[in-house]
Write a protein that binds this ligand. Structure first.
Ligand code: XBP
Ligand code: MG
Length: 261
């Protein structure tokens, strides 16, 4: 691993717990607003998260329902209108303060700015959802924090396909061993690992028990120093979360491990 030049952030589950209390709730309200009887409880939504992308997720669910439109055109139109409504409702939930950044995220974002480590967004969510979330937490000029923002609309294939990471690296003009991905889901980790990008996994509500392979580190969240594998050294002051030096150390351990394989 050479010097870390950029941190690539996943959005949903990583920057914030957007799925259970954001997208899921917004989908259910959109179903209601569209006069549809369907609702996704937490467990059902957790299963559906295996499908990346809100529109694709809904399309997949409709295939299991006998009260969904049969004609492909009608089904597509329904998916498009529910998804658009869902995103508008999601933006409202975020604006109302319902979706805070996860602990430790703001700290690491600030450290990157201070230390000249560039940042990118690498997500399969829609641009409007990224804008809604980051506008609330980083202000109207949120895009200034990031050198590249790659969203669902920017790729032909969503995670676990690596395209989103490929595009982010291309835009930054860096190679896989010059960046680190921060992810929460098996699909996101697979996307980054497919390109040999080192991945730090911050476990989210839905993927806390998921089997994840190939990460350089995995732990309960960026706001915590306990519970990480590999373990973190003692905090320099109480309450400190994961910092850039910790991430550099994990990545150099990875060097050592591969050197002796
Ligand atoms: C996670 C996703 C997203 C959201 C919904 O993206 O799968 O599709 O659930 O967003 P990531 P949209 O973890 O890569 O940020 O409805 O806008 O697709
Ligand atoms: Mg995620």
């Amino acid at each position: 691993m050479t010097r870390i030049k950029a941190l690539l952030w996943d959005v949903d589950g990583t920057l914030a717990e957007t799925e259970r209390d954001g997208h899921r709730v917004a989908f259910n309200r959109a179903f209601e607003a569209c006069g549809l009887p369907w609702r996704w409880d937490e467990a059902r939504y957790g299963k559906l998260l295996g499908i990346a992308g809100g529109r694709e997720r809904l399309w997949h669910d409709l295939q299991t329902r006998d009260d969904a439109p049969v004609l492909a055109d009608e089904r597509s139109a329904l998916v498009a209108s529910v998804h658009q409504k869902k995103n508008a409702i999601y933006a409202g939930l975020v604006r109302d303060g319902g979706i805070p950044l996860r602990p430790g995220v703001m700290n690491l974002l600030r450290q990157c700015r201070e230390q000249g480590v560039r940042m990118g967004i690498a997500t399969t969510t829609s641009q409007v959802n990224v804008d809604a979330l980051l506008r609330v937490h980083l202000g109207a000029s949120w895009a200034d924090w990031f050198s590249v923002v790659v969203c669902g609309e920017d790729v032909r294939h969503k995670k676990p396909d690596p395209e989103v990471y490929q595009r982010a690296m291309q835009a930054l003009g860096i190679g896989p061993l010059e960046c680190v991905a921060i992810e929460d889901s098996p699909g996101g980790v697979a996307a980054a690992c497919a390109l040999d990008i080192p991945v730090v996994v911050t476990q989210s509500a839905y993927f806390a028990d998921a089997t994840i392979e190939g990460a350089v580190a995995i732990g309960p969240g960026l706001g915590e120093r306990g519970g990480w594998r590999p373990a973190l050294r003692a905090p320099s002051f109480a309450g400190e979360g994961v910092n850039l030096d910790d991430i550099r150390a994990w990545c150099s351990q990875m060097d050592t491990i591969s050197q002796y394989e």
